[in-house]
Design a protein. Structure first.
Length: 281
């Protein structure tokens, strides 16, 4: 007798949620919170692989390369989100980190039916957006989004370093990557809804990848964002606080120094004889 196919991790049912429809709102929330609490431990188990990816990204940046995230649906949106935060947080150009999503920018706000299955689009987007010096991170909870798989395969053909970020270690995406980051989060409270624990795990890993890579690339001074772009009142206040605290100035003097240096925190610290790392290329 033929055995049934093995259930995919991202499609499995959670026995704790079998009676979900009869739960009170509080019971639903408590169960979700309990399940979410298991995610950090799952991410921690993958730190050795995450660290390998960070090292590759740092090496790529040092050699004029860039970071590309490729995903579909929730995974694609999380990649675009992380990429969009790089310029204001670390003062880098918008081309250094970019997120590609199946279906294009319209898919950021609406579901584009069939986009994740469009392997041709994935290969085409990689050809247009990836260079041999880049690192490309394919993001797919199931590891089966054809758009993402095709983009990673094309990226390898181009010569880029590839990373799979998935919740299924046995998936096709994981097999096609130089580095596999597999986060075993277990079944979701709502079976198959990988925007839940899988999405949370993905966000945590993306936070780690981009932040650690930027720190290792000299884009901070200790825990301070000295390359941040003060484009609003909140960020200007943060810039003033950094300069004030680092140089022992009062708030008015810190503001004056920033204004004299075009609101560059790095330049303001250097101008005062501080020793922040030189601006990375």
């Amino acid at each position: 007798m033929k055995e049934p196919p093995k259930e995919r991790p991202t499609e499995a049912r959670n026995p704790r949620a079998a009676a979900l429809a009869s739960f009170t709102a509080t019971e639903i929330l408590e169960l979700m919170n309990d399940e979410d609490a298991t995610v950090p431990a799952a991410v921690r188990r993958a730190i050795p692989d995450i660290a390998r990816a960070v090292d590759d990204i740092v090496a790529s940046f040092a050699n004029g390369g860039r970071l590309r995230y490729v995903g579909a649906g929730t995974s694609g949106r999380l990649g675009v989100l992380d990429a969009s935060e790089a310029p204001p947080t670390f003062g880098v150009g918008p081309e250094l980190v970019r997120g590609l999503i199946a279906g294009g920018d319209d898919a950021l706000r609406a579901s584009i039916e069939g986009a994740e299955d469009d392997a041709g689009a994935g290969a085409r987007d990689a050809r247009e957006q990836v260079r041999s010096s880049d690192v490309v991170i394919g993001i797919s909870a199931s590891g089966r989004a054809r758009y993402v798989i095709a983009a990673l395969v094309m990226s390898r053909e181009i010569g880029a370093r590839t990373v799979a970020l998935t919740c299924d270690a046995a998936s096709p995406l994981a097999k096609d990557a130089d580095i596999k980051i597999s986060i075993d989060v277990g079944p979701e409270v709502l079976a198959g809804s990988s925007r839940l624990k899988a999405g949370t795990a993905t966000k945590l890993v993306l936070n780690m990848l981009s932040t650690a890579a930027m720190i290792r690339s000299g884009r901070t001074k200790g825990d301070l964002m000295i390359d941040l772009r003060p484009t609003n009142a909140k960020l200007k206040a943060r810039a003033i606080k950094i300069v004030r605290d680092e140089l022992g100035l009062d708030e008015d003097k810190a503001r004056e120094r920033l204004e004299a240096n075009g609101w560059s925190v790095r330049a303001s610290l250097s101008d005062a004889g501080g020793k922040p790392p030189s601006t990375p290329r």
